[in-house]
Design a protein around this ligand. Structure first.
Ligand code: SF4
Length: 244
């Protein structure tokens, strides 16, 4: 999808009021999910990986970094250090040059080496497939655990909340929180569990393609009539100053 960015247009006089809108009404949430399914039917995790360990490392590296940049770094990294065992025996400083371009490389090196050691010592060299065990690994919080559980193990235990999911959930008034763990809890209450994995992938894709942080391409957005965000660039419906 490569929509052009239209010029902002005046709001039509027939714009519907949002004063009576219940943003969490089941039929509205269903409509949003249906449109996301239709618009992004085959989206998958954008981080290149061939096993759970590679996905875990790539997700740790993706903090404050684009997936594109991570995908540039990981082929050589996985060739040099193919297993948790190969990383567990090095000093984190040895890893730093290989991941420097992903940013925050000192902390990421400590997390990756620490995670490799713990997986080797406590999980027989295998990435665990349980939330609490994943959360016990250094540098692994719910977002990373949800990515690994959802995209590798196919387990719907939570919803990945990254910067795109947080921003778009607020614009669509599915949450009012700025705290990722609260956003996740809000979303888990209104989105059916079987949709949790797809919803994250679809919204992340939507955030890259149309609902960008600056100048979202609202005139091209299939969710436009359902969205009352304050920072829309074009709108046929009334806007809610608090929805941003
Ligand atoms: S209408 Fe604009 S702000 Fe709303 S979801 Fe679409 S792109 Fe994002």
């Amino acid at each position: 999808m490569s929509p052009s960015t239209p010029k902002a247009a005046a709001k039509p006089k027939s714009a519907k009021s949002s004063t009576s809108l219940n943003p969490l009404a089941p039929e509205r949430v269903s409509q949003i999910l249906k449109i996301l399914d239709q618009t992004y039917p085959d989206v998958r995790c954008a981080l290149h990986h061939e096993n759970a360990w590679q996905l875990l490392v790539a997700t740790i590296l993706s903090a404050q970094c684009t997936d594109v940049r991570v995908n540039v770094v990981t082929p050589a990294l996985f060739k040099k250090y193919p297993t948790p065992a190969s990383l567990a025996k090095i000093d984190p400083q040895e890893l730093e040059p290989d991941i420097r371009s992903t940013g925050f490389f000192r902390n990421k090196a400590k997390s990756i080496v620490g995670t490799a050691r713990k997986i080797l010592q406590e999980f027989q060299g295998q990435v665990p497939d349980q939330m609490q065990e994943l959360l016990s690994l250094p540098g692994v919080a719910r977002k990373t655990a949800n990515v690994v559980l959802g995209s590798w193990f196919g387990r719907c235990e939570g919803i990945v909340v990254d910067t795109h999911v947080q921003r778009i959930s607020r614009r669509l008034e599915l949450t009012t929180s700025n705290e990722p763990s609260h956003v996740e809890q809000d979303l888990m209450k209104i989105i059916p569990q079987p949709k949790w994995i797809d919803f994250s992938h679809q919204v992340i894709h939507h955030g890259r393609a149309l609902c960008t942080a600056r100048s979202p391409k609202c005139a091209n957005c299939p969710l436009e009539t359902l969205c009352h965000a304050a920072d829309k660039t074009w709108s046929t419906v009334s806007q809610n100053p608090k929805a941003r």
